[in-house]
Design a protein around this ligand. Structure first.
Ligand code: NAD
Length: 318
């Protein structure tokens, strides 16, 4: 039986990845600084460890005998735009430490395959209608935020260790990911979960506040498509970073309209001041298409799977 380590298993994508690996027949150890709120027993073993501490990374990677066959590094100090703009130093400090120690120890302890979760935040801002950007165009670098700079640095650490130690490194740059069992309140939630919460909180005909003018363009990838992509990339021969994203691009206002349609509510959008991030996104998915991945779930289908879950959390929280 193959053994996998998932760092960040108490989080949204890590939690779904644990379930995917279990379905694929793996023995899985999850690591996080906190328990998974909704699926705490999904992994075979779950250790609460702070991966900013080198000794804890060693504990995470240590097995009774042999090494893990695969390590998936998703632990990060992260959140949506509100968090990214207010916690620059925490992101630069905490996530960098996790990646510095995890990459070094995984390479030195003989892990054969290592996955690193990067982000499309490594790319510069784009204008609406610009041609698709390929992975190699992240350099020369001009990320819009410190979160993107940390990801780019950590990508480069992992690639340097691959050159030195021969550890097989796979890197994915995720587009915005959404689905059930993700952060939906508290300041770290991302736009789809935040919009589901805001629509769930208002009555029919109510007002939903949107940061900025609502015209920023994004694509949103449903979490089952994301973990399928992670698994495929990990087992592929694709070296270097690979974008994973649904090719359906919408404005933030269109995202809100989709949520309202799924909720069966008429709402009014009120644009207010707040952190927005880049104006536009348009990335090539050719690399991941070359290994047979395509997003299966479009935005409306994904929101239909997500909104009822967020609505239930809102009701339970009242
Ligand atoms: P998440 O916040 O739900 O999961 C990250 C997990 O890392 C959390 O459970 C957190 O507790 C854990 N963590 C933080 N500091 C830690 C520490 N010191 N030691 C141990 N664990 C620690 O986020 P997510 O949405 O599941 O994201 C997973 C990965 O994917 C992250 O690396 C993130 O940067 C990346 N990513 C996510 C998105 C997205 O849209 N969700 C987009 C691009 C990239």
């Amino acid at each position: 039986m193959k053994k996998a380590l998932v760092c960040g298993a108490g989080g949204f994508i890590g939690g779904h990845l644990v379930k995917k690996l279990k379905k694929e027949g793996y023995w899985v150890r999850g690591i996080d600084i906190k328990n998974h709120e909704w699926s705490p027993d999904a992994a075979d073993e779950f250790l609460l460890l702070d991966l900013r501490i080198e000794e804890n990374c060693r504990k995470a990677l240590t097995l009774g005998s042999g090494t893990f066959d695969e390590v998936y590094q998703l632990a990060a100090d992260m959140g949506g735009m509100g968090f990214i703009h207010s916690a620059e130093t925490e992101i630069m400090h905490n996530s960098a430490l996790i990646n510095i120690y995890m990459t070094d120890l995984a390479a030195q302890m003989g892990v054969p395959r290592y996955f690193f979760s990067s982000s499309v935040c490594v790319y510069r801002d784009m204008k609406p209608g610009e041609p698709e950007m390929e992975e190699k165009e992240a350099i020369p670098a001009h990320p819009d935020n410190e979160y993107g700079w940390e990801k780019l640095y950590s990508e480069r650490i992992a690639q340097a260790y691959e050159r030195r130690y021969g550890i097989q490194v796979r890197i994915a740059r995720f587009q915005n990911c959404y689905g059930p069992e993700g952060t939906w309140m508290g300041g770290r939630e991302k736009a789809p979960a935040a919009m589901c919460r805001k629509v769930a909180e208002v009555q029919d005909g109510g007002i939903v506040e949107v940061w900025g003018d609502g015209s920023a363009i994004r694509s949103y990838t449903y979490v089952s498509d994301m973990v399928d992509g992670i698994f495929l990339i990990m087992h592929s021969d694709l070296h270097g970073a690979v974008n994973i994203g649904c090719p359906q691009y919408v404005t933030v206002d269109e995202l809100v309209d989709t949520v309202a349609k799924v909720a069966g509510k008429k709402i009014k959008i009120k644009h207010v001041q707040g952190p927005v991030g880049v104006q536009s996104r348009n990335f090539s998915n050719e690399r991941i298409y070359s290994i047979g991945w395509k997003a299966k779930i479009n935005l409306e289908e994904g929101i239909k799977l997500t909104y009822p879950w967020v609505e239930k959390q809102v009701k339970n929280h009242r």
